[in-house]
Design a binder for this molecule. Structure first.
Ligand SMILES: Nc1ncnc2c1ncn2[C@@H]1O[C@H](COP(=O)(O)OP(=O)(O)OP(=O)(O)O)[C@@H](O)[C@H]1O
Ligand SMILES: [Mg+2]
Length: 510
């Protein structure tokens, strides 16, 4: 007596095909699962036994072997319950083998045989579709699985019995409807709420336009967290392809609420007590970390120096490569993490070393505090600005006329310019100026003669390192794009030089 069905195992965001094979043979009563199962998979024995009992099927008192092939790929998670139960039912003759032949299945079983939602339905559906199969998944995951391909068959039963009835023709499971998160239109905070702070708002616009990382330094209450929370409202919307990319990661983390596909760019703001595993991913059961959950969106680290220095330095690789690699004993897992990092901090621990206020511990306090952020990490932040305390005169002003909608239109136009430029140059994988470096950057961002002269002058006077030089060029290119100008000119260079982060230790050392 033999039954089999396809399922998937997740390696990063990739869904690798796995065959669940069940053989029931004579001999001593044994129920064994082989093929590198983790604890959750091994425990599925009890859930499957009870779920089958709940639909009136007792497991035969025989030798039952469940093999998860390929045997050398580790199997993690509880989504193997449903495929094991289905292959078992075929082996027991409760379902015809050809009924499930064209399907892959994922789902966790409760003891009463209801099918519980599991993470990863979207990548699983994409994986099943690539194998030209339909997907059987829990009812709670149906609407995300339905996104994979509109022509593929998706069955999303709430209970094992409804699936059996569907196969017997007693009940029809209709295809779940794909849903978007825009369906519940919760309003986003708007830039028009911020009074004054024109400089900081401009820097936010530049950061959004070029995808640059941004560091804001300023006194407590100057509005840094407020500004950062408004960045998503001026970022361009996700393209259809990007929506799937973002949702794949969120699906794996079990964070697609109600199976709705993400239409907004993610904005993740982990607390500064976050561990390395929480921030970059990993742990005993690999999961995408905050840096991957922020893929194609914003990772906001408030109170930047309060994060553990080792945790912050772990961000360097994802920032550089746009992906996070987690090495395991026998394989490596890769999650996408193209993020825009926005960080905010007070100038010193007591938060009072701004002009007008004095810190009793003098410059030492600021030095010690800022030294918690390593130079190489700061080097990856193109825009570093001071956010001055907001004055009462600004706060009593009426709300500014320009809000997020207007700024977003400029940002979207600048991004479109970059996309077209990189496409024309054949620079694959580059979407924004922030991704650009080296020779290509010099080719697209070399300023006119007056700009070159200013850049040379500044380099000599300020002792710009090669890295800092490139940062200025990158930002200047974005400023020109915001102006819809092909050429980078002296004004763009001058403004870009202002975003170098003069307040920081790094500049003091230079
Ligand atoms: N420019 C502004 N316009 C309107 N309200 C502001 C402005 N700046 C600050 N506020 C008000 O002050 C509050 C505190 O701002 P916010 O939390 O952003 O400060 P912060 O710079 O992050 O401070 P901290 O360093 O303590 O985290 C906001 O919730 C807002 O009500
Ligand atoms: Mg704050």
């Amino acid at each position: 007596m033999y039954g089999q069905i396809s399922t998937v195992a997740f390696v990063g965001i990739e869904a690798r095909p796995v065959e669940v094979q069940v053989r029931i043979s004579g001999g001593a009563h044994v129920f064994a699962i082989v093929g590198l199962p983790d604890k959750a998979v091994a425990e599925s024995r009890e859930r499957v036994r009870n779920a089958l009992h709940a639909v009136g099927l007792g497991l035969p008192y025989k030798h039952i072997t469940v093999n998860l092939a390929p045997a050398d790929l580790p199997k993690e998670g509880s989504h193997f319950d449903l495929p094991i139960a289905l292959a078992m039912m075929v082996a027991m003759g409760a379902i015809a083998p050809d009924a499930i032949e064209g399907y892959a299945a994922i789902g966790e079983l409760a003891l009463d045989a209801s099918i519980r939602a599991v993470p990863g339905a979207l990548p699983a559906a994409i994986g099943a579709n690539a194998l030209h199969k339909g997907l059987i998944c829990p009812a709670g995951c149906g609407s995300e699985a339905a996104w994979a391909d509109e022509t593929m068959t998706v069955l999303a039963p709430p209970h094992l019995l409804s699936l059996v009835n569907h196969f017997k023709g007693l009940q029809t499971l209709s295809r779940p409807k794909p849903r978007l998160d825009a369906d519940d239109a919760t309003p986003q905070p708007d830039l028009a709420d911020v009074k004054g702070q024109e400089g900081a708002k401009r820097a936010l616009e530049v950061a959004a336009a070029g995808g640059h990382n941004l560091l804001m330094i300023g006194a407590p209450g100057s509005g840094k967290s407020m500004l950062a929370a408004r960045l998503p409202s001026i970022l361009p919307p996700l393209s259809a392809e990007e929506m799937l990319e973002v949702s794949m990661v969120h699906s794996l983390a079990g964070e697609l609420l109600g199976g709705r596909i993400a239409t907004r760019r993610p904005f993740r703001a982990p607390h500064h007590s976050a561990s390395m595993a929480a921030l970059v991913g990993g742990g005993s059961r690999p999961r995408p970390g905050e840096v991957s959950l922020a893929h194609l969106g914003v990772l906001f680290l408030d109170e930047f120096p309060e994060f553990l220095p080792s945790v912050l330095d772990a961000l360097r690789q994802p920032l550089e490569a746009g992906e996070t690699v987690i090495a395991r004993a026998n394989h490596r897992i890769c999650y996408p993490s193209r993020i825009q990092l926005v960080a905010a901090m007070n100038p010193c621990k007591c938060g009072a070393s701004t002009p007008g206020q004095s810190c009793r511990r003098g410059p030492r306090c600021a030095d010690d505090y800022q030294a918690r952020i390593s130079g190489p990490l700061l080097d990856r932040i193109d825009l570093q600005i001071e956010v001055p305390a907001v004055s009462a005169a600004d706060l009593v002003l009426p709300a500014p006329r320009e809000g997020s909608r207007e700024v977003r239109a400029r940002v979207t136009a600048a991004r479109e310019k970059q996309r077209a430029r990189f496409a024309a140059l054949g620079a694959k994988g580059m979407r924004t100026n922030a991704d650009c470096s080296g020779r290509l950057l010099e080719e697209i961002a070399m300023p006119d003669d007056a700009g070159v002269a200013l850049l040379q002058q500044a380099s000599e006077r300020l002792g710009l390192s090669a890295r800092a030089f490139h940062r200025v060029l990158r930002v200047a290119r974005t400023l020109a794009d915001l102006d819809q100008s092909e050429k980078v000119d002296r004004n763009h260079i001058a403004e870009a030089l202002g975003y170098r982060g003069e307040t920081l230790r790094q500049q003091r050392a230079a």
